[in-house]
Design a protein around this ligand. Structure first.
Ligand SMILES: [Mn+2]
Length: 228
């Protein structure tokens, strides 16, 4: 089975509870659409978990992109003084920065910008389209547009004759008061299979709602972990 999640924002326990609830196993695939870090208390715990999973794809969000820019800034300032650089990077995560090692920091700066299959694409914030609503080839899109886009979430922005687009970045609670994962159905479709959707908005705004969501591609089922 294939699962897609976004904007975990340091919520390690909820993330693990979702994997448990779905009986996630080695034969499954997990795609994380970025922003696994910041806001919550266990950013590096989440990152190390994702990096330890051979069957997880972790793509870039604006928070990881900002981390990479910060890394490159301190790197140019302190040269090969890895000890100072690492302690500055660790300080960026006040609650669990001590878990950050050099390899993890390097990997965080080299995440893929998107993930694409024959049926869907995953980006962090948005994917630009031509004037007929067809997705532009993601390879040609500037990284800033993929991670910072604020228009793609709008109800009226619907990719046409394109693969389903998974994205996060903006909490759905700003669009729908339930704050759940929002799927946008193509005309006349029931929503039971992934090709029924134009786009799926994944960010349940866990730092606002307390709820983290995950989507299963195979049967279009949503899983949620709440405060308890
Ligand atoms: Mn974001």
């Amino acid at each position: 089975m294939e699962y897609i999640i976004s904007d975990i924002h340091g919520e390690y326990n909820k993330f693990m509870r979702l994997l448990d609830a779905a009986h996630f196993c080695d034969d499954d695939l997990l795609v994380c659409c970025g922003d696994a870090i910041d806001k919550g208390n266990e950013s590096i715990h989440v990152v190390r978990q994702l990096f330890s999973m051979k069957n997880a794809v972790y793509i870039l969000g604006n928070h990881e992109y900002d981390f990479a820019k910060y890394f490159s800034g301190v790197n140019s300032q302190y040269g090969d003084d890895h000890k100072t650089i690492l302690s500055l990077l660790q300080e960026r995560f006040p609650t669990d920065g001590d878990l950050l090692d050099w390899d993890t920091a390097k990997r965080l700066c080299a995440l893929p910008k998107f993930y694409e299959t024959s049926q869907y694409v995953c980006v962090h914030a948005g994917a630009p389209m031509d004037n007929q609503g067809r997705l532009l080839p993601l390879r040609q899109v500037r990284v800033e547009q993929l991670v910072y886009d604020r228009d793609f979430k709008e109800k009226t922005v619907l990719p046409q004759n394109s693969k389903c687009v998974f994205f996060g970045h903006t909490p759905t609670v700003y669009i729908d008061p339930h704050g759940r994962i929002l799927g946008y159905l193509r005309k006349g479709c029931s929503g039971k299979k992934i090709t029924d959707y134009n786009k799926i908005h994944l960010d349940t705004g866990v730092y606002i709602t307390g709820m983290l969501g995950m989507f299963r591609v195979d049967d279009c089922r949503c899983f949620y972990a709440n405060n308890r």
